[in-house]
Design a protein around this ligand. Structure first.
Ligand SMILES: *Cc1c(COP(=O)(O)O)cnc(C)c1O
Length: 385
């Protein structure tokens, strides 16, 4: 579960300090707040941690996706390419902008298949949005090369990969813009919340304006007299979230280290089961470590395997337990927005996903808990395979 497992006294004190000052809004009230700006501090620390120039705190990861799309000026008639395996919010963000989502197959990394990406680019493509699913970076070298060749900006949806890396850089910082979610089940949590990052001043300014009704935030004038050049909406982060996020950011490296250690131990202990084939990792060192995904020979075996694990009281995460929310083949409610697609338009992804099992890895996993998972997997393999 990531940072939520560690919520404690520090978060309580940080939030309580904000409430003590009585200013929950990120802008203004300088005297009353004694010039303490928690969202701003969180943004500064976050961009430093990620190694990028700008970070903008927002109200959710979904909001982050929407704001990033707005910063690129994407509108009706434009196409945005994303993978067919993602959380529904990636695609909702595109639809909210009035643009058309175009979805690719995923490969054995369970992330965007660069070959299918290339095939799906048209003269209407305005952004490419790879998603780093379940903490694992997408094949960014290939994706960035394709994007660069055609001069199409990349938005990395890093909502499930806060702190993950790709070849020495943090996921979210490799493209034009990156998005993170801090909802309750993400690696770093502020209850609800998110961040947009970029290295480009112009994109940061547009994101900042869009997330606050178009305010340009001129420090020389009162908020009510602030000019505007674009329309926006409200995706602001509160000071409570900012203070909470600062504490959680301090915990992030230890969250990642513990997850990676626990995952490594479990992975090693089940690697000897012959038909189990682990998911491809485009950069094993960059894996955030919160999920261990592997493939079984076919969908029927995977379902039986999952049922067997459930009987041993071992949960799965997303695959297969929440496929409804994470695979476009299940989104008939949205398909009207995805011409010419049908729900069976991603046969390769569907086949891969239906034979995958994903085990959640937590930060605080006792030796007994790890042993229980390992034994349950071995037992399921013995009975089912
Ligand atoms: C969680 C998530 C989001 C949305 O984040 P919220 O903070 O829950 O709105 C967007 N994209 C992906 C890939 C996610 O996992």
């Amino acid at each position: 579960m990531g940072g939520a497992e560690l919520i404690g006294r520090e978060e309580q004190e940080a939030v309580s300090e904000v409430i003590g000052r009585g200013v929950l809004f990120r802008y203004g009230f300088n005297e009353k707040r004694k010039n303490v700006f928690k969202v701003l501090e969180f943004e500064n620390q976050f961009s430093k941690y990620m190694g990028c120039s700008y970070a903008l705190g927002v109200s959710s990861g979904s909001g982050a996706v929407r704001v990033a799309i707005a910063a690129l000026g994407i509108k009706r008639g434009d196409e945005v390419i994303a993978p067919s395996f993602t959380f529904v919010a990636t695609v909702e963000g595109v639809l909210e902008a009035g643009a058309t989502p175009v979805l690719t197959e995923v490969d054995a990394s369970l992330n965007m298949d660069p070959k299918d990406l290339e095939a799906k680019i048209t003269d209407k493509t305005r952004a490419i949005m790879p998603v780093h699913m379940l903490g694992v970076p997408a094949r960014m070298d290939e994706i960035l090369a394709i994007a660069r060749k055609r001069n199409i900006p990349v938005i990395e949806d890093s909502c499930q990969a806060c702190g993950s890396g790709y070849k020495g850089k943090k996921t979210g910082t490799l493209g034009a813009l990156g998005t993170y979610s801090f909802d309750y089940v993400k690696t770093l949590t502020t209850g609800e919340g998110g961040m947009v990052v970029t290295n480009e001043k112009k994109l940061y300014e547009l994101a900042c304006e869009y997330h606050d009704h178009g305010h340009v935030h001129n420090p020389e004038v009162p908020r009510g007299e602030d000019p505007h050049r674009i329309t926006g909406f409200n995706y602001r982060m509160t000071e409570v979230q900012g203070a909470f996020g600062l504490v959680q950011l301090n915990r992030l490296d230890s969250v990642l280290a513990d997850q990676r250690k626990n995952k490594g131990e479990i992975k090693k202990a089940i690697a000897s089961i012959p038909p189990v084939k682990f998911r491809d990792l485009p950069d094993p060192e960059g894996d955030g470590g919160d999920t261990l995904a592997f493939f079984l020979p076919d969908a029927k075996v995977a379902r039986a395997f999952n049922d067997h694990l459930a009987k041993s009281k071992v949960d799965t995460k997303i695959l297969p337990s929440a496929m409804n929310w994470h695979f476009s083949g299940n989104w008939s409610h949205m398909i009207q927005h995805l011409p010419p697609y049908r729900t069976d338009a991603w046969p390769k992804s569907e086949a891969l996903l239906k034979r995958a099992i994903a085990l959640p890895i937590s930060v605080r996993m006792s030796d007994e808990q790890k042993t229980r998972v390992i034994e349950a997997v071995h037992k399921a393999a013995k009975d089912v395979l």
